[in-house]
Design a protein around this ligand. Structure first.
Ligand code: ADP
Length: 300
């Protein structure tokens, strides 16, 4: 990512469609760039704008817009405010959220979350994944930086799912499961990818849930054994050969059951979201966790 304004798509102070005034760049580097802006036509409400250069070889914003529109009204989706394109860039305007979970974990004392925070965030992510699956799409890049906490007093304890740039429809227009391709290019992020992705196979609903499983493990343990390894094949091998008793050392037994359920699932199978939710809820109950207690980052 470049730190100079050169090469950046938008400039601070620029106004898009006489409505959204750019305040600062807040993320990006992958496929697009994310800016914070204010809505000058609506009480200067703060919004987030994702932009993609019209010259970008991979145009993904159209897909993001399609997914976000269908997710409107769901609990873990940002609000959609608008989109458009001109000769220089494509843009998507949505509600502005707070910090993402990767930053929150890195800022945490031992780079981990306590069980209470991890399991309550995990339950929300599970439901976010269930929501995107319910509209016929896989996310395919479930990872901590793609989930953010809300920013306002009404939303700050809710988790929002971001970034549908790698989403893929798994249902066809008739609502049937699309036939899997015999080979599919690797998509996603090495650290959190399911073994299916490492093997360049078509991903299914369970693979988003495997990524959640790796996230939960990292939240609780503070790290994953393959964190420093860049080689995709080597990480895939480590995941396949991982001894869950070591990976989940000191974690609640329900996480073993979580993985055991995922292991039973193939491309066409519907995950038992309610069962997975009940496992996480059992952890909540057994540990006397209350939904009202502060998240780690809310503690002074
Ligand atoms: P990319 O596809 O380029 O990786 P993302 O959509 O994943 O872009 O966003 C990158 C980062 O920008 C996220 O990790 C998050 O920190 C921030 N971000 C994205 N969307 C929003 C939003 N609506 N509100 C606040 N921050 C956001």
């Amino acid at each position: 990512m470049t730190s100079s304004s050169e090469g950046e798509i938008l400039q601070v102070g620029q106004v898009i469609r006489e409505r959204w005034k750019i305040k600062a760049k807040i993320g990006g580097g992958g496929f697009g760039e994310i800016y914070e802006a204010t809505d000058v036509q609506n009480h200067h409400e703060r919004v987030a704008i994702k932009v993609e250069s019209s010259k970008a070889t991979k145009q993904v914003l159209k897909m993001e817009v399609a997914v976000l529109r269908r997710l409107q009204g769901k609990k873990h989706a940002c609000k959609f405010y608008g989109c458009g394109r001109n000769d220089k860039f494509n843009y998507l305007v949505m509600s502005l959220q707070g910090k993402n979970l990767a930053d929150l974990r890195r800022e945490a004392p031992k780079q981990c979350f306590n069980l209470s925070t991890a399991v309550r965030v995990g339950l929300q992510i599970l439901n976010g994944i269930r929501e995107i699956h319910s509209i016929g799409f896989l996310h395919r890049d479930v990872k901590p930086s793609n989930f953010a906490m809300g920013r306002t007093s009404q939303t700050m304890r809710n988790v929002y799912m971001l970034d549908f740039g790698l989403a893929r429809q798994y249902l066809n227009a008739k609502g049937e499961i699309r036939s899997p391709r015999s080979a599919a290019g690797f998509r996603g992020t090495v650290r959190y990818a399911a073994v299916t992705a490492h093997k360049n196979k078509e991903m299914g609903r369970q693979d988003d849930l495997w990524s959640l499983f790796y996230m939960l493990t990292e939240f609780l343990q503070g790290q994953l054994p393959w964190r420093k390894i860049k080689d995709k094949d080597e990480v895939g091998k480590m995941k396949e050969e991982a001894d869950l008793n070591v990976l989940l050392d000191d974690c609640p037994n329900e996480l073993h059951l979580f993985a055991a359920h995922l292991k039973t699932l193939g491309y066409a199978d519907t995950p038992d979201y309610n069962y997975l939710e009940s496992l996480l809820n059992k952890i909540v109950k057994d540990n006397d966790i209350s939904w009202e207690e502060p998240y780690d980052w809310e503690l002074g």
